[in-house]
Write a protein that binds this ligand. Structure first.
Ligand code: NPW
Ligand code: ADP
Ligand code: K
Length: 504
C-alpha cells in the first residue's frame, strides 16, 4: 500500500468501490472511518461539542463518530440537510441517540453553539460539487467562520473541491483535517490548503490499487533519494552547470542561480551574461563569468556555443529580461542538453515553434508564468493547480514544477513539496531553486529527472526553513543559499518540516 499517496476524487471512489466489490460493505467502511476519527480526536476534545453531518457518506462518517464520542463527551448533532440518504442511516441515527448524542433542531443552532467548545464538520466530503445555494448552510458557514471554537474537518473541509482546492464558502480555518485512506489534491490546492489545518491521514483498510496520481514528499522518501557521492570525483565529474541570463536591470539573478548550483554540489558553474553587465556580476565568487554578445544583447557566438556544449545542464532565464529574441532559446534547445527553463525564458518558450524539448528538461513556472504558458489567467492556475500542471506536462512532455506553497513537481506522476515557508517568497528565491535543480541533474549518477527535481524542491524548501530559523522574518535569497548545508542535514536526519501530513 502506497504510504504517501495523493488521490483524485475518482481514485478515492475507485478505492471505495473496489473495497465493496471485495466484500467490505459500505456501512463498515463508514464505521471504520468514523471510529478511527473519534479515537484519534478524543484525547484533544475538551468539553462538549457539535458534530455537523450532511446527507452523503461524509455525513455517515460523522454519525458513526458521534456515537463513539458520545460515550465520553456531550455531543450535539446538527443535520442541516436532513436525514442522510444512504441505506442504514436511520438506524445509525437511532443508535447514536441511544448512546446519548442529541439531535439539535435548526432553530436551536445558536443555543447549541454557545454550549460547545469544538465542532466537527461532516457536511460534505469528496462528493461536494458546484456552489452552495442553501441559505441555512451559507448562514451556518458564516457562523463557523466567526467561531472561536476548534474546528475539525472529516475527510476535507466542506466547500473545498477535492480535486482542485477551490473553495466556495466563507473562510473557515480547520485546526485539523482527518482524511481517509490518502490525502486528496484539494488539501494541497489553493485556497484549500489554507483552510485544511494539520492534515491527518487515517488508514481505513482500503485495498491497494497500485500507483496513484501522485504523492506528497515524506522525509523517509527524501532520505532514500539523497544522490550518492563519488568519493573519487573531481570537479569536472561532479557536474557542470551553465547559466544563461542577466540583464542591465537584473544582473544578480544568474549569480544567485549559479551560487545555488555550486552550493548544491555542481563541480563547476559558468555564467553566460550580456557583455555589458559582466563587470556587475564579477563579485568575488568561484563562478566563471563569460560576456556574451555586444553590450546588453545576449547573442551566442560560435565560441559561446562550444563553451555551452561542455555543460551537463543549462539553466536559461534568470534575470534575462524581456527584450531577448526567442532565437536564443531555439539555439540553446538545439544543443540537446537538459535545460532548466525558468523566469523570462518561459515567455520565450511560448513564442517558439513547439518541437520536442531535450530529454531531461525541467520547466519552473510560478502561477503567473504558468498562466502565460497555458493562455489562461493566474487566478485560473491558482484555482486548478493540479489540472494546470498536468496540462503543461501534456503540452511540453517534460517535467514541470508549478511553484508556490506546496509546489507540484509533475511528469506522469505528481509530487507535492511538503517543505514550505513563506520566507521563500523573496526576490531571487526562484533563481536559487533553478540552480539547485540544475546541480542535482548535472550530477553524474543514475537518476529519474522528476524524482530528482522533487528532491530539489524539498531541499530548497528546507533551506528556506533553516534560513528563517536563523534570520526570522529577514530572509533574502542569499540566506537561502547559505542554509543549503543545514537543509542537507535535515534530510539526512529525516527531520519533519512544519505542517507535514501525519499518518495513522
Ligand atoms: N473514499 C472512500 O473509500 C471512503 C469515503 N468515505 C466518505 O465518503 C465521502 C464521500 O461521500 P459521498 O460520495 O456520498 O459524498 P459527500 O461528500 O458525503 O456529499 C455528497 C452529498 O452532498 C450533496 N452535495 C454536493 N455538493 C453540494 C452542494 N454544492 N450543495 C448542496 N449539496 C451538495 C450531494 O447531493 P447531490 O449532488 O447528490 O444532489 C450528496 O447528497 C468521503 O468524503 C468520505 O468522508 C468513507 O465513508 C469511507 C470510505
Ligand atoms: N509562501 C510560500 N511557501 C512556500 N514556498 C514558497 C512560498 N512563496 C514562494 N515560495 C517558493 O519560493 C520560490 C519563489 O520563486 P519565484 O516566484 O520564481 O521567485 P523569484 O522570481 O523572485 O526568484 C519558489 O520555489 C516557490 O515555490
Ligand atoms: K467535511
Amino acid at each position: 500500500m502506497e504510504d504517501h499517496a495523493v488521490w483524485t476524487v475518482e481514485e478515492s471512489r475507485a478505492h471505495d468501490k473496489t473495497a465493496q466489490e471485495m466484500g467490505v460493505n459500505l456501512l463498515s467502511l463508514m464505521e471504520t472511518a468514523g471510529a478511527r476519527a473519534a479515537y484519534y480526536l478524543l484525547p484533544e476534545l475538551k468539553g462538549p461539542g457539535l458534530i455537523i453531518a450532511g446527507k452523503g457518506h461524509n455525513g455517515g462518517d460523522a454519525l458513526v463518530m458521534a456515537r463513539h464520542v458520545a460515550r465520553y463527551r456531550d455531543v450535539q448533532l446538527l443535520l442541516p440537510l436532513g436525514v442522510p440518504k444512504f441505506p442504514g442511516a436511520e438506524e445509525l441515527l437511532k443508535v447514536l441517540q441511544n448512546y446519548g448524542a442529541k439531535i439539535v433542531a435548526q432553530d436551536h443552532m445558536e443555543r447549541a453553539w454557545n454550549q460547545v467548545s469544538w465542532i466537527v464538520d461532516g457536511l460534505f466530503g469528496t462528493g461536494f460539487h458546484g456552489t452552495v445555494e442553501d441559505g441555512f448552510i451559507t448562514q451556518l458557514w458564516k457562523r463557523l467562520s466567526q467561531t472561536e471554537n476548534v474546528v475539525y474537518a472529516l475527510d476535507i473541509l466542506s466547500g473545498i473541491d477535492a480535486n482542485s482546492g477551490s473553495y466556495m464558502l466563507e473562510p473557515v480555518y480547520a485546526h485539523k483535517t482527518l482524511t481517509f485512506g490518502a490525502a486528496k489534491w484539494g488539501h494541497f490546492g489553493y485556497p484549500g490548503s489554507r483552510f485544511s489545518g494539520q492534515l491527518v491521514i487515517l488508514d481505513i483498510g482500503l485495498p491497494d490499487l497500485g500507483p496513484s496520481s501522485g504523492q506528497w514528499i515524506d522525509p523517509s522518501w527524501a532520505k532514500a533519494h539523497i544522490p550518492p557521492r563519488d568519493f573519487y570525483a573531481h570537479k569536472y565529474r561532479r557536474g557542470r552547470v551553465a547559466v544563461i541570463g542577466g540583464s542591465a536591470s537584473m544582473p544578480g539573478a544568474p549569480v544567485l542561480a549559479g551560487l545555488a548550483a555550486l552550493k548544491t554540489g555542481a563541480g563547476l558553474v559558468e555564467l553566460f551574461v550580456p557583455s555589458g553587465i559582466v563587470h556587475r556580476v564579477q563579485a568575488p565568487t568561484p563562478l566563471l563569468v563569460r560576456g556574451v554578445g555586444e553590450g546588453g544583447n545576449l547573442v551566442l557566438r560560435g565560441e559561446d556555443i562550444e563553451a555551452l556544449k561542455r555543460a551537463d545542464v543549462v539553466i536559461i532565464g534568470p534575470g534575462l529580461g524581456t527584450g531577448v529574441s526567442p532565437a536564443l532559446l531555439e539555439t540553446v534547445i538545439t544543443l540537446g542538453k537538459p535545460l532548466v527553463i525558468d523566469a523570462d525564458a518561459l515567455a520565450l518558450l511560448k513564442e517558439i515553434a513547439a518541437g520536442p524539448l531535450p530529454e531531461g528538461t525541467v520547466l519552473t513556472p510560478h502561477s503567473g508564468e504558468m498562466a502565460r504558458l497555458l493562455g489562461i489567467t493566474s487566478d485560473a492556475v491558482d484555482a486548478f493547480r493540479y489540472q494546470s500542471v498536468k496540462q503543461a506536462v501534456d503540452r511540453y512532455r517534460v517535467c514541470v514544477v508549478l511553484k508556490g506553497p506546496y509546489s507540484l513537481v509533475a511528469s506522469e506522476r505528481i509530487f507535492v513539496n511538503t517543505a514550505n515557508t513563506p520566507a521563500l517568497a523573496t526576490a531571487g528565491s526562484g533563481d536559487v531553486l533553478s540552480g539547485v535543480i540544475a546541480a542535482l541533474l548535472a550530477g553524474r549518477y543514475p537518476k529519474d529527472v522528476t524524482e530528482m527535481t522533487a528532491f530539489a524542491t524539498y531541499l530548497h524548501g528546507w533551506a528556506g526553513i533553516h534560513a528563517e530559523r536563523d534570520q526570522g522574518p529577514s530572509v533574502i535569497a542569499t540566506d537561502i543559499i547559505a542554509a543549503l548545508g543545514q537543509a542537507w542535514n535535515s534530510i539526512v536526519c529525516e527531520e519533519h518540516p512544519p505542517m507535514l501530513p501525519e499518518h495513522f
